[in-house]
Each structure stands twice: as structure tokens, then as C-alpha cells.
Ligand binder design. Structure first.
Ligand code: SAM
Length: 295
């Protein structure tokens, strides 16, 4: 059998795009990885073994998928662009352990698909060169879903990577930082130059590894906790009190309930959300719940 040339090669990537008369689509955040070293680094960081079920988001023309297929037991990839799905039918032909699903990953019930494809309670590793325009919603969806994930290794914009471990009170600190803190530990695996992609993005990139973490204070309804956090950050420059009035209402009764909740959580109403850590938000949520304000 002829030696297969890796898809992640500048010449082959361009040849594949030319063959199908395609150009990278900005609207889908398409920047194809052409640097084999980066791909090997991603697969190593995710510690993919022949026992692993892997979920990939946005396989594109298959550069990363191919490397994953060579190391993993099975790869399930979600791609929104039907033209890419056509290309993948050819480029991934040599790999019988890959299944591509044409869909917007944000519209997929991942837990359901994983149990259908890999079995109930199957553990997965999630690997992706993420479409940058929806990095944050994808990360939040992955973390908030009930998937059993062993690690998540994803390429993203450096600026978003900086938000993951941002310190309280900094510009980068926000809902994403707090979501990461509740569910995971984030480490920067490698910085990736724009020259590793076709076309080159005009931002720097980084591969980040997330590993699961048990929150210090587990809450029963994580959706409601993050509802409180989101509401508190809705106008970053406003005080917590003003954001809360906007979320819960300005009538005297509500004001009284908010005052009681803030007092019991020992939080100054004049503070801004960016000054509160996860534990303080958790206490605030529990106090609001006790006032029946989070129902
Ligand atoms: N994995 C390929 C690589 O590394 O060369 C392509 C990565 S490219 C940065 C992002 C990919 O995600 C594109 O193939 C794009 O079409 C796909 N994509 C964009 N939005 C998506 C969505 N909502 N759901 C699934 N795939 C999406």
C-alpha cells in the first residue's frame, strides 16, 4: 500500500482545498492546521491510547482527526460545514474507526450521542482545534453537559486562553473563568504561531488542557448558580447591586430580599462582580435561593 501523506502538510492541505474548489470559510472559523508537530503535541497532551473514545469538534479536512484515528479506539467528529463533510468522506477513508456527524455541535445533545455511539456512561476525551468565533459557548456547553470526560485538549485564541485562569479583579476575569474554576483545572500546553495554519489567523493561539475538578462547594443546580453569575456580570462596570436590581426587580419587597441575601452572604452591594470569587458567588446564590429569588 502506498505511504499516505499526512493531511497536516501545507502542500497537501492546499491540494485538497484546490481539488474540491474550496476556500477556508471565515463564517465557520476555518483555519486548518498544517503543522504536524503541533498535531502530535495535541495527541500527546490528550494522552490518547488505543482504549480511548474521542470526540472531535470541527474536523475540517481531517488533519487532526487523522492523527486521533491512528491513536484512539474510536473518534466521533461533529462538523457543521457540509462541504467539509464531503471532503472528509475521502480524506478519512483509510480510517474505519472514525464517524463524522454533520451538525452544529452547539445543537447536539452530546451525552445522548455519546451513550448511543460508545455505550452508557462511556468516558471520552475531547480534542479540537476550535472555531474561534464560538470557543466560549462550546467550552461552557462541554463543561455544563453531563459527559464523563477524562480531559479536554483544545486549541483556542491566546486571549481566550488567558481568561481561563484569570485572577479576580482583572479584565479577563469573568463567567468563563468561573465556569472553568467550578469544573476543571486548566493548563496551557503549548503556544502556537499563526504560521501553523492555513489561512494564518491574525491572532496568536494556544493549546489548553482541562482536567476534571470537584468543586469546593457543590451546588444542586449549577444552571441556577451560573444564572446568578451571568446576571451579576451583565454590565461589568455597574455595581453588583445595580445588576441585581435589573435581574430580580426594583420593587421594595425584592430590594428587601436582596438586602437580606447579600447580608447573609457577607457581600458588599457596592462591589463589582469581577471582585467576587467562586466561593462568594456560591454563597450569594445559596442566599438568593433561600429568599426564593432563583426559582
Ligand atoms: N480540525 C481542523 C484542523 O485543525 O485543521 C479544522 C479546525 S477549524 C479551526 C474549525 C472547524 O470547526 C471548521 O472545520 C469549521 O467548519 C468547524 N465548525 C465551525 N462551527 C462549528 C459548529 N458550530 N459545529 C461544528 N463544527 C463547526
Amino acid at each position: 500500500m502506498a505511504q499516505t501523506i499526512d493531511i497536516a502538510n501545507p502542500t497537501r492541505t492546499q491540494a485538497i482545498l484546490n481539488e474540491y474548489g474550496l476556500r477556508a470559510k471565515k463564517k465557520f472559523g476555518q483555519n486548518f492546521l498544517t503543522d504536524l508537530n503541533v498535531l502530535h503535541n495535541i495527541v500527546e497532551t490528550a494522552e490518547i491510547t488505543a482504549e480511548d473514545y474521542v470526540i472531535e469538534i470541527g474536523p475540517g479536512i481531517g488533519a487532526l482527526t487523522e492523527q486521533l484515528a491512528r491513536s484512539a479506539k474510536k473518534v466521533l467528529a461533529f462538523e457543521i460545514d457540509s462541504q467539509m463533510v464531503e471532503v472528509l468522506a475521502d480524506t478519512l477513508k483509510p480510517y474505519d474507526n472514525v464517524k463524522v456527524i454533520e451538525n452544529d455541535v452547539l445543537k447536539v445533545d452530546l451525552a445522548k450521542v455519546i451513550s448511543e455511539e460508545f455505550g452508557d456512561n462511556a468516558h471520552v476525551k475531547i480534542v479540537a482545534n476550535l472555531p474561534y468565533y464560538i470557543t466560549t459557548p462550546i467550552l461552557i456547553q462541554l463543561l455544563r453537559s453531563n459527559i464523563n470526560w477524562d480531559n479536554i485538549v483544545v486549541m483556542m485564541q491566546r486571549e481566550v486562553a488567558d481568561r481561563l485562569n484569570a485572577a479576580v479583579g482583572t479584565k479577563s476575569y469573568g463567567v468563563l473563568t468561573l465556569t472553568i474554576q467550578y469544573f476543571a483545572q486548566a493548563t496551557l500546553a503549548v503556544k502556537v504561531p499563526a504560521s501553523s495554519f492555513n489561512p494564518s489567523p491574525n491572532v496568536d493561539s494556544a493549546v489548553v488542557k482541562l482536567t476534571p475538578l470537584k468543586p469546593t462547594t457543590v451546588v444542586e443546580n449549577v444552571g441556577k448558580l451560573f444564572g446568578v453569575i451571568k446576571g451579576s456580570f451583565s454590565h461589568r462596570r455597574k455595581s453588583l447591586w445595580n445588576n441585581m436590581l435589573q435581574t430580580y426587580g426594583k420593587d421594595a419587597g425584592t430590594k428587601e430580599q436582596l438586602t437580606v441575601a447579600l447580608k447573609s452572604a457577607q457581600i458588599d452591594p457596592a462591589i463589582r462582580a469581577e471582585r467576587l470569587n467562586l466561593e462568594q458567588f456560591t454563597q450569594l446564590y445559596l442566599a438568593l435561593r433561600d429568599q426564593n429569588l432563583t426559582q
